[in-house]
Design a protein around this ligand. Structure first.
Ligand code: HGY
Ligand code: MN
Ligand code: MN
Length: 413
């Protein structure tokens, strides 16, 4: 068979994405499939069933990562694998993560029905908790698998309701027995929506990231003094929320102050006791800093700590920081980036080289071996929202590029 004529089944890919979108569907047209939730379990169970349908050898590791393995002619050679994540943001979209898992499934289905025998084994993976929304940090399970994060530290992470990661993993029945420990691999590919405006704005179909920005996550805790809002004069208050407000504006201005290519965001905040007639005495907020330049991002954090101490002192509110998580910027394997461009062209798709501002499990794979990503356009450049959308045609194009890159890499000996 001339494999160059092989194509995925776009209708089947659409059907699998629509089937998954029903699990955790929200009234606004998005999904809520928080990691280790009942919705995550239902989607995982469906996914495992689909892997078994095409005779893949299914393994669940101790971080709940799900692998489906297809043997190769030289089965002892390091494999090629692809995947992404099933979990979503609280009001997430129908494509973030799940496109990479269903796209890889479509590739495996295409290989299976055409009885394509590759030299190397080929695997598909669903990484637990890529989003880091319910349990911080993001990409925690691929980070443990890659040996960059500690398994028991990950197990100990808690969500806003005090639920513990390791216990929730057990509760949904996905705390597997296989060690969450990397094995040698030949190449890792991840299909994903761009989650930004670039491809749509220039009318290109395939995005080829040269890499991913560094992601630095911090947690800030401020202590104030609660009191009745009426009798307490303004001067001398220790208002934790006013202190936080000054700090949050410092986060917003730090990229410009650092003069570099950077983004900095406060996405999450809790205010205590959060009663309209009590002066707040406790605030927790998060800081997310991203840049291609890791040192610039770290310098920004050093500057913010100075800003925060000044605001804390002015308001008489003691402050505590947690340097929660850092993953360095990720320059992908030039060999795979070149192959992606070549396959996109051979398939007749326009393509564009770019950088990923969103974090992905591919960051950790890239620390261990050759990794690269395939982007498709996000309509309106929107993501992590219910209106997140891409065309079925672009999903199919991205999966075709994935198919041919995986075949090419899996036949390298
Ligand atoms: O934070 C991110 O960019 C990803 O969604 N975890
Ligand atoms: Mn994602
Ligand atoms: Mn995401």
């Amino acid at each position: 068979m001339d494999l160059s004529d092989l194509r995925v089944n776009g209708e089947r890919l659409r059907a699998s994405l629509e089937e998954m979108a029903k699990i955790g569907a929200t009234p606004g047209g998005g999904v809520q499939r928080l990691t280790l939730s009942d919705e995550d379990k239902r989607a995982r169970d469906l996914f495992v069933g689909r892997l078994e349908e095409i005779d893949l050898e299914v393994t669940v590791d101790e971080m709940g990562n799900i692998f489906g393995r297809r043997p190769g002619k030289n089965d002892e050679l390091p494999p090629v694998f692809s995947g992404s994540h099933i979990d979503s943001q609280p009001k997430g979209g129908r494509f973030d993560g799940i496109l990479g898992v269903m796209g890889a499934l479509e590739v495996m289905r295409t290989l299976h029905e055409n009885n394509v025998q590759t030299e190397r084994p080929v695997l598909i993976v669903d990484w637990t908790n890529e989003e880091g929304s319910r349990f911080a940090p993001a990409m925690v399970a691929s980070g443990v698998w890659a040996g960059k994060l500690d398994r028991d530290w990950a197990y100990s992470r808690t969500d806003r309701d005090g639920k513990v990661f390791g216990e929730e993993l057990e509760r949904i029945g996905y705390k597997g027995s296989a060690p969450a420990k990397a094995w040698p691999f030949h190449a890792y590919y991840e299909l994903h929506i761009e989650q930004g405006p670039v491809l749509e704005s220039i009318g290109k179909t395939i995005g080829i990231p040269k890499g991913i920005l560094c992601l630095h996550w911090y947690d800030v805790y401020i202590e104030g003094k609660a009191n009745q809002v009426g009798p307490t004069p303004m001067e001398g208050r220790n208002d934790a929320l006013c202190a936080a407000a000054e700090m949050i504006l410092a986060v917003q201005s730090v990229p410009a102050r650092m003069g570099g290519n950077m983004v900095a965001t406060v996405g999450e905040i809790q205010n205590y006791p959060n009663s309209r007639n009590i002066i707040p005495d406790g605030v927790h907020f998060t800081v997310d800093i991203r840049s291609w330049d890791d040192h610039l991002a770290i310098n920004a954090w050093e500057q913010l700590k100075i800003d925060f101490q000044a605001a804390a002192g002015k308001n008489g509110c003691p402050i505590r920081f947690e340097e929660t998580w850092r993953v360095e910027h990720t320059p992908f394997a030039e060999k795979l980036v070149g192959l992606l461009a070549q396959k996109a062209e051979a398939l007749g798709y326009s393509s564009h080289h770019m950088v990923s501002g969103a974090g992905h499990d591919a960051s950790y794979m890239n620390m261990l071996g050759d990794a690269a990503m395939i982007f498709i356009p996000s309509i309106g450049g929107r993501s992590h929202v219910e209106v997140e959308n891409s065309t079925w045609e672009d999903c199919e194009s991205g999966a075709n590029v994935l198919l041919h890159c995986m075949i090419e890499s899996a036949n390298e000996v």
